[in-house]
Design a protein around this ligand. Structure first.
Ligand SMILES: CCCCCCCC/C=C\C/C=C/C(=O)SCCNC(=O)CCNC(=O)[C@H](O)C(C)(C)COP(=O)(O)OP(=O)(O)OC[C@H]1O[C@@H](n2cnc3c(N)ncnc32)[C@H](O)[C@@H]1OP(=O)(O)O
Length: 729
């Protein structure tokens, strides 16, 4: 295998039009500039440069992909082979014109190589960008110095500090590429190269230019710094990118390169870079889903989806309808009453209108939605997504109907965040075609989709849901069936600890601040106010924890076998549901207000509550807030791995990054645990459990204990321990 790969990896050399050398970067699948490719490029470029018959050089990528950048895997080891910086310098210094023919993508080191070329011709559909910042790095092969010398400082800074990828037409507008074609970019580059033979190259060498600056460059850079600090949520790479770009303004090219290297070395060894690169591969790993039965893409095919139906046009159903239509699947949207149908239709059409404008979609998209009260129409569809309230009996009633109305091979999906897929499937005649799809609101925007299989769900149903996730440009993660699945089962403990902390002496402002400093865009109490406290209240009622269906046997602060905080129930009972009512954990200027302010009532109420229940208030420090909120959530992650509800820690981490805004530069909860150190997580859980024996979820999971007992192996090897652990259970 290694040999085949090695043989395939090369900078292939050929001659075109007599005097043009064509060098093809070849390293499937995306032509990364790995050690082997760099070595081969070094030789091949020298050969082209030295050959007197060669008058110009064109660089392109095999298989219609110019280059995906440096090989990210190499960042974990020792650098060897020719340096990219030196290779690009060779290219720029060449006395023969060098033209980059960009098809597919020129990303990271790939774009840096293209910037070293004297000219760049791109295919209309190609993408260019510097995604290094999303990997915790910066463009360190001269990119942070050449780009600001080529285009405006504002654009260069934006592209380098955000990692935004742009289309070839936008790159042309900005001045990054010289020409865009919808024909063959390589052919055009060869013709172009022939035409420029013998023309002076001095002005095309970006390293010889100075960075064009706006009039008050110092305040421009200061403002940029303030803005990056505000938006980066604690990520260090965007700040380092800014420093590198700053060097392009104030230093010579060579000094700038030095600064770039210095900053790159600092970033490369940071935990954040490790976390972000882990996240890159974890995201791709989730696509290769598997079920405990051994089902994977390799042995399963997805069903083609020609038409879908969505049942229930509340917030979720509306978002799902739009997401399906955006993915090119016509939808029959169904409601039970005319009023709801009309309301749903109005909102969906206006959402589609917005999408239509934003993405310049064709009119046909708006015509892909049909609205009906007639369930008989469901016969026509290949897949149904039920998106009614989170109520088991209602869902069962609908699935019973679906079973008789839909075609016998229709995939039946339920959009649920907590409910038992198997119980829903049990009322159908085709339980193998029932699959859970946990969309996150707003469903047409949020990237995550938990795809849930029950014990009877077939691999085909899972494969079809995963295929659909991809079609909707979502990150699908396959998980097993349990209360709350992966995301909400873990989140429940995070929220629960936050309520306990209020009981013990903390205030919402304090808890939220610590969580926001950690990197969450919003603390838990702000999130709760934004989504509405009644969402959790209803779930609690459905679970028999509170309300009319409360399971007897508990007490006010002790239910379901452990400590219980009724704070949220009390607020809901008083009508304090968050932003929509103008009051929740915070106070808002009016119902529907957005700006949280100090809630005097809540603070007084918390004091009275503690007094009434004889709770000794204690000072809750930052460490305790972070550990109490995050470690039980992580601990539940270990339980979930033990139970094989999630196939890997990567799956859990991706769910948290894409569904719960876990700061990507901390990798996800399981990666974060591995960075903090598993022994520390274990010790702290033991410590808190000793203090709070009435909170059973603080008791460390046996998998965590086992991993620590085995010397806390790296996260990539946990799979073997989980297998062994399960086989001994
Ligand atoms: C000690 C100091 C020394 C100083 C020396 C300084 C030298 C530093 C030099 C330069 C800095 C440059 C840095 C970089 O270039 S970082 C990399 C920048 N590039 C990216 O971030 C691109 C990442 N890739 C993508 O965005 C996409 O993969 C894609 C758009 C290229 C293709 O998308 P798609 O077709 O959807 O395919 P997949 O994403 O599924 O990828 C296929 C396959 O390929 C693997 N892969 C993709 N890109 C890379 C990569 N850059 N490195 C390694 N592997 C990559 C991906 O993981 C998939 O693998 P699979 O799951 O096993 O199939």
């Amino acid at each position: 295998m290694t040999q085949t790969l090695a043989a395939a990896t090369m900078a292939a050399y050929r001659r075109a039009a007599g005097c043009i050398a064509v060098i093809t970067l070849t390293n499937p699948p995306v032509n990364t500039l790995s050690y082997l490719l760099r070595e081969s490029f070094y030789e091949t470029f020298r050969r082209a440069n030295a050959d007197a018959e060669v008058k110009a050089i064109v660089i392109c990528g095999a298989d219609g992909k110019f280059c995906g950048g440096a090989d990210i895997k190499e960042f974990a080891g020792k650098f060897s082979g020719p340096s990219l910086v030196a290779l690009i310098d060779d290219v720029e210094q060449s006395k023969k014109p060098v033209v980059a023919a960009i098809e597919g993508m020129a990303l990271g080191g790939g774009l840096e190589l293209a910037l070293g070329c004297h000219y760049r011709i791109a295919h209309t559909k190609a993408q260019v960008g510097f995604p290094e910042v999303t990997l915790g790095l910066l463009p360190a092969a001269g990119g942070s110095q050449r780009l600001p010398r080529l285009i405006t400082l504002t654009s260069a800074l934006e592209l380098i500090t955000t990692g935004r990828r742009i289309s070839a037409p936008e790159a042309l507008k900005l001045g990054i590429v010289d020409k865009v074609t919808d024909k063959n970019a390589l052919d055009m580059a060869i013709d172009f190269a022939r035409d420029i033979i013998g023309k002076p190259l001095e002005s095309r060498r970006l390293s010889l230019r100075t960075t064009p600056c706006p009039p008050d460059v110092e305040s421009f850079l200061d403002e940029a710094l303030a803005s990056i600090r505000k938006h980066s949520r604690g990520a260090i790479a965007p700040l380092a990118c800014l420093q590198a770009v700053r060097a392009s303004v104030y230093s010579t090219f060579d000094e700038g390169l030095k600064k770039e290297q210095e900053l790159f070395k600092m970033l490369l060894t940071s935990g954040q870079a490790r976390a972000l690169q882990y996240s890159f591969f974890a995201q791709r790993a989730t696509k290769k889903w598997s079920m405990p039965s051994g089902a994977t893409w390799k042995n399963t095919s997805a069903r083609p989806l020609r038409k879908a139906a969505v049942i229930g046009l509340g917030t979720m159903g509306r978002g799902i309808t739009v997401a399906l239509i955006k993915a090119g699947i016509p939808v029959i949207a169904v409601e039970m009453g005319l009023k709801q149908l009309e309301a749903g239709k109005t909102v969906i059409m206006s959402m589609l209108e917005k999408e239509f404008k934003k993405k310049q979609l064709t009119k046909a998209y708006r015509e892909m939605a049909a609205f009906t009260l007639d369930l008989a129409k469901l016969q026509e569809v290949d897949l149904v997504v039920e998106a009614v309230f989170e109520n088991m009996s209602l869902k069962k009633q609908i699935f019973q109907q679906l079973s008789s109305l839909c075609s016998a091979d229709a995939i039946l999906c339920t959009n649920t965040s907590t409910l038992d897929i198997d119980e829903i499937a049990s009322v159908t005649t085709t339980p193998h075609l029932v699959v859970g799809m946990h969309f996150f609101a707003p469903a047409h925007v949020m990237k995550l989709l938990e795809v849930i299989y029950g014990p009877r769900t077939s691999p085909t149903a899972v494969a079809t849901a995963m295929q659909l996730a991809q079609q909707m440009e979502k990150v699908g993660v396959v998980v097993g069936n349990c209360n709350g699945f992966v995301g909400n089962r873990m989140f429940k403990l995070y929220a629960e600890q936050a309520y306990f902390l209020l009981e013990e002496g903390a205030i919402p402002e304090q808890v939220d601040q610590v969580l926001e400093d950690f990197g969450f865009p919003m603390g838990i109490f702000k999130v709760s106010d934004l989504s509405g406290l009644d969402i959790e209240w209803k779930i609690r009622q459905e679970q028999g924890l509170t309300g009319p269906k409360q399971i007897p046997g508990g007490s006010f602060r002790h239910r379901a076998g452990g400590r219980y905080s009724p704070l949220l129930d009390i607020l809901c009972e008083r009508g304090y549901l968050g932003q929509k009512t103008g009051q929740g954990w915070y106070l808002y200027e009016k119902p529907g207000g957005r700006v949280p302010t100090f809630n005097l009532w809540l603070h007084k109420f918390l004091e009275e509550y503690r007094e009434l229940h004889g709770i000794q208030k204690h000072y809750v420090g930052q460490d305790e807030i972070l550990e109490r909120c995050l470690y039980p959530l992580i601990n539940m992650g270990f339980h979930i791995l033990e139970e094989r509800i999630a196939a890997s820690p990567e799956d859990i981490d991706i769910i948290y990054v894409f569904g719960y805004s876990w700061p990507r530069h901390w990798g996800g909860p399981m990666f974060y645990a591995s960075m903090v150190g598993l022994p520390r997580v274990l010790d702290k859980l033991n410590y808190y459990h000793e203090i709070h024996p009435d909170i059973p979820t603080l008791e460390p999971s046996s998998l965590l204990k086992k991993l620590v007992a085995n010397g806390s192996p790296p996260i990539g090897t946990w799979g073997a321990f989980i297998k062994e652990h399960n086989s001994k259970l």
